[in-house]
Ligand binder design. Structure first.
Ligand code: FAD
Length: 394
């Protein structure tokens, strides 16, 4: 349990959505936990504003939030989506996924990052076994046989049986452990914004594959849509520089007028897109979760969902090890976590890369194949259901 000597079972570096979820799951299981976050969270915002970071949250992630007691605070602000439509700008390929075909009420929810973060912070702050230190910047750590000693920039020191790197794509914990990443630049940036449209979004997540990259419209609870427009870096910079009227007109055309005219657009922000996969997720008394271990293309909105699966799996692995009186920082215990998650994450990364290359191609046989493929899948209910279940994280 928490004690005055700064000794913990687990220290988590990084209190993003993945680090906080892990802290909540471990705290509920009565592990003593410190979660260290450099950035002060935003807890108040104007009622009519929308966070630019908006996530498509799968049913699997929803279950994790339910299990830690955060979902009831998230749900009133979550926009369910019941359908998903994907089509190709370069042909006739069109696919429609519907929750009704699965006998489910919805496929997932579109939720602002800050809504999830606030709910998780409230859970974490209510757990006596968890201490949240913020602002607290992890400077480095020293590995011992029995424990890790974590050093903060302000000179504080904490010890733990296990140090978890939940510190995002530029993870200091990963780099200082000497774990290398396989990385590739997609040569794309994602333009993110909140827009209003002439027609209602129909609680549908829309995605159109353009030759320059995918364009997604995600339905928000307030009737607006959050867009993620991935494009070559040069094209993304050009779109960012347009004035609002010009941008809305281009967006309307790029989206095939599926939701009528785009009538308004808030702040636009670019995110560079890069694929990154850590060669290992573990080292003695170290585990990596979330973007610290894998960063994927946002085209299927799976990044944070995969990280939340990491958090759920690591919490289950550590609980099981403790029940069997095993050392939670030992390699045999941590290997179970790595085995469970690495393959799943790698498969999703491979699928995203495949989609990106297939839909980015102008080569006629590939264009024909992807259009035929989309239509074929659309006409095959069993395959379609399987894809949908996998995208829902079920
Ligand atoms: C344009 C775009 C759209 C996306 N859309 C989706 C989507 O729809 N669905 C989805 O599932 N995913 C999506 N993603 C991916 C998602 O944003 C990431 O996967 C997710 O934010 C990773 O969460 P994390 O907690 O692992 O890392 P982060 O959110 O990066 O959190 C890491 C935390 O660690 C802290 N930190 C870092 N270093 C230190 C240190 N030394 N000391 C203390 N604290 C530290 C940081 O301040 C930060 O709060 C999208 C990504 C992009 C770019």
């Amino acid at each position: 349990m928490t004690n005055a000597d700064n000794e913990y079972d687990v220290v988590i570096a990084g209190g993003g959505l993945v680090g906080l979820s892990l802290a909540a799951a471990l705290g509920k299981a009565d592990f003593s936990v410190a979660v260290l976050e450099a950035r002060e969270p935003v807890r108040d915002w104007p009622a009519d504003s929308v966070d630019l970071r908006v996530y498509a949250i799968t049913r699997a992630s929803q279950r994790l939030f339910e299990s830690v007691g955060a979902w009831s605070a998230i749900e009133p602000h979550a926009g369910p989506f019941r359908d998903m439509r994907v089509w190709d700008a370069g042909g006739t390929g069109d696919i429609h996924f519907s929750s009704a075909d699965l006998g489910e009420p919805y496929l997932g929810h579109i939720i602002e990052s800050r809504v999830i973060e606030t709910a998780l912070l409230d859970v974490v702050d209510s757990l006596p076994a968890v201490q949240r230190l913020c602002p607290a910047v992890v400077q480095g750590f020293e590995s011992g046989d029995e424990q890790q000693t974590v050093e903060l920039e302000d000179g504080r020191r904490l010890t733990a049986k296990l140090l978890v790197g939940a510190d995002g794509k530029a993870s200091r914990i990963r780099d200082q452990t000497g774990i290398k990443v396989r990385a590739a630049d997609y040569g794309q940036q994602a333009l993110v914004a909140v827009v209003s449209t002439g027609r209602p979004h129909e609680e549908t997540a829309w995605q159109r594959f353009l030759p320059t990259g995918p364009l997604a419209f995600l339905p928000l609870a307030d009737g607006r849509s959050s867009i993620v427009w991935s494009a070559t870096s040069h094209e993304a910079e050009r779109l960012l520089a347009l004035d609002e009227t010009e941008f809305c007109a281009e967006l309307t055309r790029a989206f095939d007028r599926r939701l009528g005219e785009v009538t308004g657009c808030g702040e636009r922000v670019l995110f560079p897109l890069r694929r990154q996969h850590a060669e290992r997720y573990i080292a003695p008394r170290i585990a990596l979760v979330g973007d610290a271990s894998h960063v994927i293309h946002p085209l299927a909105g799976q990044g944070v969902n995969l990280g939340l699966k990491d958090a759920g799996e690591l919490a289950a692995t550590l609980s099981d090890a403790r029940a069997r009186e095993r050392d939670i920082g030992s390699m045999p215990v941590l290997r179970r976590y790595e085995r469970a998650r690495r393959g799943d994450n790698a498969a999703m990364m491979l699928a995203m890369d495949g989609f990106k290359h297939l839909f980015g191609s102008r080569i006629p046989p590939l264009r024909w194949m992807r259009n035929a493929g989309l239509n074929l899948v659309d006409a095959a209910p069993l395959v379609k259901n399987q894809i949908m279940r996998s995208a829902m994280g079920l």
